[in-house]
Design a protein around this ligand. Structure first.
Ligand code: XMP
Length: 506
């Protein structure tokens, strides 16, 4: 990125991503780097300012996460929670080990006039920490305290530290603190917008690809559509869009995507019917990670098998997003699933991958899509996983089992729309469980499969809550599904939030 960057060093805190989001909301480009590689990244990127995140460890423990502070010498720095404690310790202050954790809302009861927290006296802040700073480092002023935390904020020149979390909504004026840090002290311009992202991306794509050819895999979803639009703008007919019908799409979706692309958007589209290939490769496979990897590999096989039609593309463009990158396992976060467009590409693939959206969150991608003039219908589409219904058909993926999900899913979504319940839903879908239950239909015993319905509200897919539909609505959906979908005799609704569950079932 050519833009001035605010780098957020991740010490493993649960809110680190939120810091990045808040900073970006203020028009400043921000990215996250794990603490182990932070110093190298700072030397390489030369960010304009650095924020040190919170984290679950104690700075006083052997082997606690740390970093080389010499790289921060002339930079504006804001330490948050663990970041504050680490800064205090590294610069010659003292930190005391806590017996108990302090967790929850607190009020600031004193701030220093003229400090970065000026005017925050008696403001509510969110605390979540064990250790705390006992003595500020030489040259630092203590700028805030609360009843239980005598050193809740420190500052010296362009270095600041707060014990509370400004990035969470439970600190109502937290964003103002970030704003003061970024604009008054670090001197950012706040000009990172969709338009500037597009401008930079076009230049970067042209530089990376040169006169090469790019295969852009499209699914009809917002991410790949935005990638296709960006690439087409940057490279014109050096781009060939390829749509693979793997048989794992929603009911009638393949037809719809092909129509939408060829009629309204990108005429240079190759549509591949690979349903038999995918079902063949998935035969007998039960493990969710195996399924994802197989689906990823079959995609690439498909592209490579069509190399003639694809005029020997050297580059493969994908709509990978920042949460996919983070969730596919950075050194500080556990690997949850291999999202096929990050973790699942096989080693033998010869095309080079380009991922123009890998630094963006979903809502930012939608903004970019709008700025590129994509129709609302495309931009506002629900996210749909790359492995498609492969991760919503638990157990073996067969054409018959996929068909059951497609039918149940179509009923559920059609009823959500006809009851005016779409508002506030991030994703909604039906899935098929890998068990059978007993039922009775027309005096006959049945032994059939249950469908699970899931609908969630979310801001960025990192966390999610189940949608509270009226009971009568769910009952009516269940009735229609068991009556109309052959092989289904029971319907469940999934109430679980993420965490502890994930949005998809596998
Ligand atoms: P989970 O299930 O991890 O999903 O809570 C988070 C978001 O990512 C989508 N998802 C995927 N998208 N390839 C994708 O392109 C994948 O393998 C994949 N797995 C999950 C999911 O639909 C949700 O929006």
């Amino acid at each position: 990125m050519k833009h001035q960057t605010c780098l957020v060093v991740d010490f493993g805190g649960q809110y680190t991503q939120l810091i990045v989001r808040r900073v970006r909301e203020l028009g400043v480009y921000s990215e996250m780097v794990p603490w182990m590689t932070a110093a190298d990244r700072i030397r390489e990127l030369d960010p304009h300012a650095v924020i040190l995140s919170g984290g679950p460890a104690s700075v006083l423990d052997d082997g606690a996460p740390t970093m080389d502070f010499s790289v921060l010498e002339d930079k504006p720095v804001l330490g948050i929670c663990y970041g504050l404690q680490l800064m205090a310790l590294q610069l010659g202050g003292k930190v005391e080990k806590a017996l108990d954790r302090e967790y929850g809302r607190r009020n600031i009861d004193h701030v220093s006039e003229g400090s970065i927290l000026d005017g925050f006296a008696s403001e509510q802040v969110w605390m979540s920490h064990g250790d705390q700073v006992l003595e500020a480092p030489p040259g630092f002023e203590v700028i805030a305290k609360t009843e239980s935390c005598p050193i809740a904020g420190i500052q010296s020149g362009k270095r600041f530290g707060v014990q509370f979390h400004p990035e969470v909504t439970h600190t109502p004026r937290g964003k103002e603190l970030l704003k003061r840090f970024l604009f008054d002290h670090a001197g950012f311009a706040g000009d990172w917008t969709s338009a500037s992202f597009i401008e930079e991306s076009l230049a970067r794509i042209q530089e990376e690809v040169g006169t090469g050819r790019v295969l852009c895999a499209v699914s009809g979803g917002v991410d790949s559509s935005v990638v296709a639009a960006l690439l087409t703008k940057a490279l014109g007919d050096q781009v060939t869009c390829v749509f693979v019908d793997h048989g794992l799409l929603r009911k009638d979706e393949a037809k719809h995507v092909i129509e939408q692309f060829t009629d309204h958007f990108h005429p240079n589209l190759v549509a591949i019917d690979a349903r038999d290939q995918f079902f063949g490769a998935l035969k007998g496979v039960l493990d969710p990670e195996d399924k994802r990897k197989i689906i990823g590999a079959e995609f690439v096989r498909c592209f490579e098998a069509h190399a003639d039609e694809l005029k020997d593309c050297e580059f493969l463009a994908q709509g990978t997003l920042y949460p996919d990158v983070i969730e596919s396992g950075s050194p500080t976060s556990a690997k949850i699933k291999s999202h096929h467009n990050v973790g699942g590409l096989p080693d033998w693939m010869r095309m080079k991958v380009i991922e123009p959206l890998r630094w963006l969150f979903k809502d930012e991608v939608r903004e970019v899509g709008r700025a590129l003039g994509l129709p609302d219908e495309m931009v506002d589409r629900e996210p749909f996983p790359g492995p498609g219904l492969g991760v919503r058909v638990l157990g073996e993926v067969t054409p018959e089992r996929v068909h059951m999900v497609q039918e149940a899913d179509a009923i559920f979504r059609e009823m959500i729309a006809s009851h005016g319940l779409r508002q506030g839903i991030w994703q909604s879908y039906a899935a098929l469980l890998d068990v059978k239950t007993v039922g009775v239909m027309g005096d006959e015993r049945t032994h059939q499969s249950p469908i699970v319905l899931r609908a969630v509200a979310s801001e960025d897919a990192m966390t999610a809550t189940a949608v509270a539909f009226p009971f009568e609505f769910l009952e009516a959906v269940a009735n229609r599904i068991v009556n109309e979908v052959k092989g289904v005799n029971r319907v469940f609704y999934d109430y679980t939030s993420k965490p502890p569950a994930t949005i998809e079932m596998e």
